[in-house]
Design a protein around this ligand. Structure first.
Ligand code: MG
Ligand code: FE
Length: 171
């Protein structure tokens, strides 16, 4: 049987992981934005989710504050570096826009799973103050994930059309 202190520690580890995940998201988005040229609709979508992500980090910070904890910066830094490496890896392919889009969709799945698990923990541990904050983060991830998959056919068609007409298509 776990003590309440032990379960609280598990919740805090989950929150720290989510904090690092969101910082990774920021660095992935920034790397993609620094390269995008031909897809203004993707630039707008990513800028919008970047702002949402900053709000998500602020909500996680608010939860830490309520628990008398702080987010550790060590894992955040490591995950940020991994995020930009991952986004740069796609630059070697001719279909960077599509690879990034699919990777972003996959990343949103991970975020949805992370918040679903954290909400369950918060519920079973009675951290009711954290619930609306985590729920808002989850809702934003779901919405963005849906926008990504809804937008993928159009981006793919535009990619093909630009290739066929000899225009820059990769980013
Ligand atoms: Mg997020
Ligand atoms: Fe997200």
């Amino acid at each position: 049987m776990l003590t309440s202190e032990e379960t609280r520690d598990i919740f805090i580890i989950g929150l720290r992981n989510a904090h690092a995940m969101e910082n990774q998201a920021l660095s992935v988005i920034d790397t993609q934005l620094s390269r995008l040229e031909s897809y203004p609709e993707m630039i707008t979508l990513l800028q919008q989710h970047r702002r949402e992500t900053e709000g998500q980090i602020a909500r996680l910070d608010q939860i830490f504050e309520g628990l008398g904890e702080s987010a550790s910066t060590f894992k955040d830094t490591a995950m940020s570096a991994m995020g930009s490496l991952q986004a740069m890896g796609h630059a070697l392919a001719g279909d960077e826009i599509l690879k990034n889009h699919m990777a972003d969709y996959m990343f949103e799945h991970f975020e949805i799973a992370a918040y679903t698990s954290l909400i369950t923990m918060a519920q079973s541990m009675g951290h009711t103050a954290a619930l609306p904050l985590l729920q808002q983060n989850l809702d934003e991830e779901r919405r963005f994930q849906q926008m990504l998959i809804d937008g993928l056919p159009g981006v793919t068609e535009k990619f093909l059309q630009r290739l066929e007409t000899g225009q820059k298509a990769d980013v």
